[in-house]
Design a protein around this ligand. Structure first.
Ligand code: SAH
Length: 399
């Protein structure tokens, strides 16, 4: 299929509800708000008009996703690759202003950088790219992205991380994860002075949760004594805790994640720091056992996977969060530090704080919220696109 470089000439008209969403600053239009989109090829750059034919901007069209339209510009687009290059330049300039103490960060965060369907992460000298929409999957777009990212960031290689489920939803042909440029698929990167392994081909998922980078540093400011990092994955929090605590244990149910965690610990081993203990276990079971056997901690981190994948899961998710937080609160010494996170978009900050208040009440503990935090600044939040804000991280002192 030939995809055009500029606005394809196709017009899609949308309902007043869709139009008001765009006017409110959002960039998505759902399929149910499309009035007419005759014969628009998948992945086209289209003009969006309201039901009276008034122009609303240019967008990327998906023929299969429920999010049929993703706005890319309020102006006509005459040269899409040029617009991509400009957006990438803007995204990099924003990171230059906001990212410190690391050579690993999110360079492009999809809608939050007005590049819907594109995620680019930098891990030192390796770039990892994810393509999530039909329009971004076009060959001409791929070529523009790789050449422009290479010119600006000079990576040794670029790897593509494929999410097969998203490709299916977008009706795109299957594709393997792997190198798209260069030979190097693994590297070592640094954040807050801590070194970590990245391996695009071996590692689970992204290789690291870059969105927690600033929360790792903030946690280290309060952490002390006996520390437990629950849902530790490859050790992000635990490695930062080791610089401040007398003993650190990390818990995860994934053995491959713990193996990388142990390699990360070896990279950062210092004589004056405790050796981190890695425990392969179901976190719910372990917290239950430890709480009932009278185990006590000075610092506990809870960073579970997203419990609410959709709005429907909200109540069950809140029950899961509450169980974890309740058990952790019971195990914290007076003056202890609870660092508790949720990466579920469907659990709002208010829901999360409400759950924590319930857990504190049931545990008969008083929580002072030292910090209410979110995702690192390289994962920008756009106020008018609520879906760009997903991570909650509360640091509380427990008495
Ligand atoms: N704190 C980590 C990220 C955690 S991601 C960091 O900063 O890098 C969530 C982790 O929870 C994954 O590593 C996954 O293996 C683990 N996990 C999921 N369910 C679990 C369970 N029931 N018990 C223990 N670990 C679990």
């Amino acid at each position: 299929m030939v995809r055009k470089l500029a606005d394809s000439g196709f017009k899609v008209s949308i309902s007043p509800r869709g139009a008001s969403r765009l006017k409110d600053g959002h960039v998505w239009v759902y399929r149910s708000d499309i009035v007419a989109a005759d014969e628009v090829p998948p992945g086209s750059v289209i003009s969006v008009v309201d039901h009276r034919g008034q122009p609303l901007g240019c967008a990327l069209y998906s023929s299969s996703s429920q999010i049929a339209i993703r706005l890319i510009s309020h102006e006509p687009v005459v040269d899409f690759p040029a617009l991509l290059r400009q957006r990438i330049a803007d995204a990099i300039a924003y990171r230059e202003r906001t990212v410190r103490d690391t050579n690993a960060y999110r360079v492009v965060f999809s809608e939050a950088d007005f590049l819907p369907g594109l995620i680019v992460d930098r891990y030192n000298d390796v770039l990892s790219m994810q393509i999530l929409t039909q329009a971004m999957d076009a060959e001409i777009v791929r070529q523009t992205l790789t050449s422009d990212l290479t010119d600006r960031l000079h990576p040794v290689s670029i790897v593509e991380r494929v999410d097969p489920r998203v490709r299916q939803l977008e009706d795109l042909p299957p594709r393997e994860s792997g190198l798209v440029q260069g030979e190097k698929a693994s590297t070592i990167f640094t954040m807050n002075g801590v070194q970590l392994h990245f391996d695009a081909l071996e590692g689970q998922k992204t290789g690291a949760f870059l969105d927690q980078r600033e929360n790792y540093a903030a946690t280290a400011e309060y952490a002390h004594g006996e520390a437990l990092d629950v849902f530790c994955y490859q050790g992000g929090f635990a490695l930062h805790l080791a610089a401040r605590c007398s003993h650190v244990a990390g818990v995860d149910s994934s053995r491959p994640a713990l193996e990388v965690a142990d390699q990360n610990a070896a990279l950062n081993r210092r004589d004056n720091q405790p050796e981190i203990e890695w425990i392969e276990a179901n976190a719910f079971d372990l917290l239950k056992d430890y709480a009932s056997s009278g185990q006590r901690y000075d610092t506990i981190v809870l960073d579970p996977p997203a419990f609410a994948k959709s709005k429907r899961d909200l109540d069950a998710a809140l029950r899961g969060y509450k169980e974890l937080n309740l058990r952790a609160l019971k195990m914290l010494q007076p003056g202890g530090v609870l660092v508790t996170c949720s990466c579920s978009y469907h659990v709002s900050q208010a829901d999360f704080l409400g759950m924590l208040a319930d857990a504190a009440r049931d545990a008969h503990r008083i929580l002072r919220l030292a910090e209410i935090r979110g995702q690192a600044k390289d994962h920008p939040i756009l106020l008018n696109i609520p879906e760009t804000a997903y991570l909650k991280c509360v640091i509380a002192i427990v008495s």
